[in-house]
Ligand binder design. Structure first.
Ligand code: GLA
Ligand code: ZN
Length: 673
C-alpha cells in the first residue's frame, strides 16, 4: 500500500488552498466537492513556503492545520510537500547565492520556481529548517499519508560553488589528472589538463566531460533530495517520494528510485487525432518504467483532467479519453491517479491549465462530472491495491546512453538520432502484441525476462556485455540495434569495433563496419521474409561473424548485404538490427519473435485496435484492463467468464468498448504464471 493502512486506489490532486485564503468559503466548498468527486488524497504546500514562513523563522501554519483537520475528519490523506521548489523572496534577498547561475555565471532573478542553487549553503540550511518544522508539526497527524519532497527537481547551476563541486566530483571519479586526461582523450585540440580547476563543465567539445557534467547534475540533486529526506525522517516515518517527469532528458531517474519509498510521476499525454496508439504506447512505456523502478505499484501524482495548458494545442479530452488515460496507468501498475490541480487558480502561468474545479467553482462541468464518475467507479477497485505484474520482456532505457549519444558530435545532430523515439518504437511494437513489459536500466537483473531489447544502447556500462552474454547462454533472447555499444562509460569509442567491442561482437556474432547516414531523399530498404520495408536515417554495414543473416538491404551499393543478423548462443539467441525502420517492420518482426520465443499475450484474441494489460491481485485472481484505441466501438470476446467490475459487476464473456473506451474486468481464481 502506498499509504500505510489506506487500502484505496488513490484519487485526488495538488491542492493549493493558500491561494484562496482571501476568498471566504472556498475551502468549505472544496471539501464538499472533494466528496462529490470521490477524492481521497491531496498534495499540499508544494509552493507554499512564503505562506508558511512569512519572514525568516516566523511561521504561520493556521491554514495548513485547518486542511489537516478537515482531511482527518473526512478520512482523506495528504502528501505534505517540502516547499523547496519555490523559495520566498526574503530568502533570495538575504541569501543571494540561493539564486541559480547560468553557464556564464550570471545569477537568475528571484521569480519563477525550481531555480535555486542546490549547493548554496544558505538555501540548503533554510530548506532544512522549514522541512524539519513541517515534519515536527505533522509527523504524527492522522491525515499525513506521505511526503511529496520538493517538486519536479531539475536544473544545472554555473555558480562558483557548483563548479568547484564538479571538480571534486571529477577528483573522486578519476583519482589522478593522468587518468582524467586519458578518459577525456584530452590531447585532442590540445586540451591536456594540469589542474582539476581547468576542466570546464560546459566545454561541449569534450564528449566525456559533457557526459560527466550530466552525471554530476544528477548527483547534486540526488544529494539534495537525500538531505530533504533526512530532515523529515528525523520526525516521520511516512513514505517519501518526489514527482518525476517521465523521460526528462537531463536527469538519471534510476538514481532517484532507490531513495523513493514509492515512485510518483507527472504525466500529460495529448491524445491528438490519429495518435492514440503512439501516445498509448508512450504513456505505457513510462508507467512500465515506474513500475520497474521499485518493482511495485507507483502513483501518477499529476495528470490533467481538462486541458493541459503547456501543450501546443489545448485540446479537450474526447469522451472516453480521460478514463482510458487513467486506466492505462492503473493497468500498468499505478495504485492511484491524481491531478494537477484541484481548483484552477485565477492568475499567472497556469490560470488556464485544466483543473477538477474551474474558475466558476461549478460541479456541473464536463471535467468535474468525468472525474466524479471515475472516482465513484474507483471505489470498486480496492482489490487492485498492491496487485502485481509479471513482465516477461524488458526494454532497456539508460539515461547515460542518451547523454553519451547526444554529446557525441556527428552529422545530423540530435534531431536525427531520435534516441527516445527509437526506444519507444521498439517498445511500442511489443506493446502492440499485448505482452506484459518492463522498462529497466542496464544495471538491473536480467534473469527474470525471456526477452531483452536494447535499442540504441550506445554506452555499455562496465560488465553489461558479460551479463548479457550470461543471459543469452541461459536461454534469453537479446535484440540490439544500430548504435549499440559504440562507446564505453567515458564516451570513448570501442577499440575492438562495433557493436560493443570484441565482447559485443562475439555476443551478436556480427561486426558493424560503418554506418551510412541517410538523407531524406536517399532510398534504402530491408528485405525480410520476402517483404521489403523502408529504412531511414541510419544503416550499418554488417559482416556476420558466426551469425545467420535474417534480412538483407534492398538498395544501393550494399544491396544484398546483411541488415539483420541472428546468432544462436548457448540456450538463447542474439539478434542485431542494423538499420532504422518504421513501425511496419518492428510490428512484424517482434510479432514473429515473441511467437518464436513462446511469449503469450496477457489476453488472446483481442481486436487489432484494442490493447490489454493484466495485474495479479494479492488475494488471488487477476484484473484485466482493455483499451480501445479507435473511434469505433470494439467487441472483445473473452476466453472465459469475467466480472465486469468497471460496469455493473455482472459476469460476462464478452465486452463492448465504446469509442476511445476502456474497462476493467476481474477473473477470480486465476493463479500467477
Ligand atoms: C508540472 C508541475 C505542476 C504544474 C503542472 C502544470 O507537472 O509539477 O506544478 O506546473 O506541471 O502542468
Ligand atoms: Zn550553484
Amino acid at each position: 500500500m502506498i499509504i500505510k493502512d489506506f487500502r484505496k486506489i488513490l484519487h485526488g490532486g495538488d491542492y493549493n488552498p493558500d491561494q484562496w485564503i482571501h476568498v471566504p468559503g472556498t475551502v468549505d466548498r472544496d471539501f464538499e466537492l472533494m466528496d462529490e468527486a470521490h477524492c481521497n488524497t491531496f498534495s499540499v504546500a508544494i509552493f507554499s513556503w512564503s505562506q508558511l514562513e512569512v519572514e525568516p523563522d516566523h511561521f504561520e501554519f493556521g491554514w495548513l492545520d485547518d486542511v489537516f483537520e478537515r482531511c482527518a475528519k473526512s478520512g482523506k490523506k495528504l502528501f505534505l510537500a517540502t516547499p523547496s521548489a519555490s523559495k520566498p523572496a526574503w530568502l533570495a534577498e538575504r541569501w543571494p547565492d540561493s539564486r541559480r547561475a547560468d553557464r556564464a555565471g550570471h545569477r537568475d532573478i528571484q521569480g519563477s520556481r525550481q531555480n535555486s542553487c542546490f549547493s548554496s549553503p544558505g538555501f540548503r540550511e533554510r530548506v532544512r529548517i522549514v522541512d524539519r518544522k513541517l515534519a515536527e508539526r505533522y509527523a504524527k497527524h492522522p491525515a499525513l499519508g506521505g511526503w511529496h519532497i520538493s517538486n519536479e527537481y531539475h536544473g544545472e547551476c554555473g555558480c562558483d560553488l557548483c563548479r568547484s563541486r564538479f571538480h571534486d566530483f571529477l577528483r573522486k571519479r578519476y583519482g589522478t589528472l593522468e587518468k582524467l586526461n586519458q578518459a577525456y582523450w584530452s590531447a585532442f585540440w590540445g586540451h591536456r589538463f594540469t589542474d582539476w580547476r581547468q576542466v570546464e563543465p560546459f566545454d561541449s567539445s569534450m564528449d566525456g566531460a559533457a557526459l560527466d557534467w550530466w552525471r554530476f547534475c544528477t548527483e547534486v540533486i540526488v544529494d539534495f533530495f537525500r538531505m530533504e529526506i533526512d530532515a523529515v525522517r528525523e520526525f516521520s516515518d511516512a513514505p517519501v517520494t518526489t514527482n518525476l517527469m517521465g523521460l526528462f532528458p537531463t536527469l538519471d531517474y534510476w538514481k532517484f528510485a532507490p531513495l523513493c519509498d514509492f515512485i510518483s510521476d507527472d504525466c500529460y499525454p495529448t491524445w491528438y487525432a490519429g495518435e492514440a496508439e503512439r501516445e498509448g504506447a508512450s504513456v505505457s512505456f513510462r508507467h512500465d518504467m515506474h513500475y520497474s523502478m521499485r518493482n511495485k505499484p507507483f502513483l501518477v501524482m499529476e495528470s490533467c483532467p481538462g486541458i493541459p495548458n503547456m501543450m501546443p494545442y489545448t485540446k479537450l479530452r474526447r469522451p472516453g479519453e480521460f478514463e482510458r488515460e487513467m486506466l492505462l496507468a492503473l493497468g500498468h501498475g499505478a495504485d492511484g491517479t491524481m491531478y494537477f490541480q484541484w481548483r484552477k487558480g485565477r492568475n499567472n502561468c497556469e490560470k488556464f491549465h485544466g483543473a477538477v474545479v474551474g474558475h466558476d467553482g461549478s460541479d456541473r462541468t464536463m471535467v468535474f462530472r468525468r472525474v466524479a464518475s471515475y472516482g465513484e467507479k474507483l471505489e470498486r477497485l480496492s482489490g487492485l491495491v498492491d496487485a502485481v505484474r509479471e513482465p516477461v520482456a524488458a526494454v532497456i532505457y539508460d539515461w547515460e546512453s542518451n547523454w553519451a549519444l547526444r554529446e557525441s558530435h556527428f552529422a545530423g545532430g540530435n534531431e536525427i538520432k531520435k534516441w527516445d523515439e527509437t526506444i519507444q518504437n521498439h517498445y511500442r511494437a511489443l506493446w502492440n502484441s499485448n505482452i506484459d513489459l518492463a522498462v529497466i536500466d542496464s544495471e538491473q537483473d536480467f534473469s527474470r525476462y525471456k526477452l531483452l531489447v536494447l535499442p540504441m544502447l550506445f554506452l555499455f556500462k562496465p560488465g553489461v556485455v558479460e551479463r548479457l552474454r550470461r543471459f543469452v547462454e541461459a536461454g534469453g533472447t537479446v535484440v540490439g540495434t544500430y548504435f549499440t555499444g559504440y562507446v564505453d562509460e567515458c564516451n570513448n569509442c570501442q577499440a575492438g569495433g562495433n557493436p560493443g567491442g570484441e565482447a559485443g561482437r562475439d555476443l551478436f556474432g556480427v561486426w558493424s563496419e560503418d554506418f551510412d547516414g541517410l538523407e531524406p531523399a536517399a532510398r534504402q530498404s530491408l528485405v525480410w521474409n520476402g517483404k521489403r520495408y523502408p529504412v531511414m536515417d541510419y544503416a550499418e554495414i554488417l559482416h556476420p561473424e558466426g551469425s545467420a543473416v535474417e534480412a538483407v538491404y534492398g538498395e544501393d551499393f550494399y544491396a544484398g548485404t546483411p541488415a539483420v543478423t541472428f546468432r544462436k548462443l548457448g540456450q538463447g539467441r542474439a539478434v542485431y538490427i542494423g538499420a532504422r525502420t518504421g513501425m511496419d517492420f518492428l510490428n512484424d518482426f517482434y510479432g514473429a519473435l515473441i511467437k518464436k520465443i513462446g511469449i503469450d499475450p496477457v489476453l488472446p484474441g483481442v481486436p487489432d485496435s484494442v490493447r490489454a494489460a493484466r495485474r495479479f491481485a494479492v488475494d488471488g485472481g487477476s484484473y484485466y484492463f482493455l483499451y480501445n484505441l479507435s473511434k469505433e466501438a470494439q467487441t472483445v470476446k473473452l476466453p472465459r467468464k469475467m466480472c465486469a467490475v468497471w460496469e455493473d459487476g455482472a459476469d460476462v464473456d464478452s465486452v463492448t468498448l465504446s469509442s476511445d473506451g476502456a474497462t476493467v474486468l476481474f477473473a477470480a481464481g486465476e493463479a500467477r504464471g
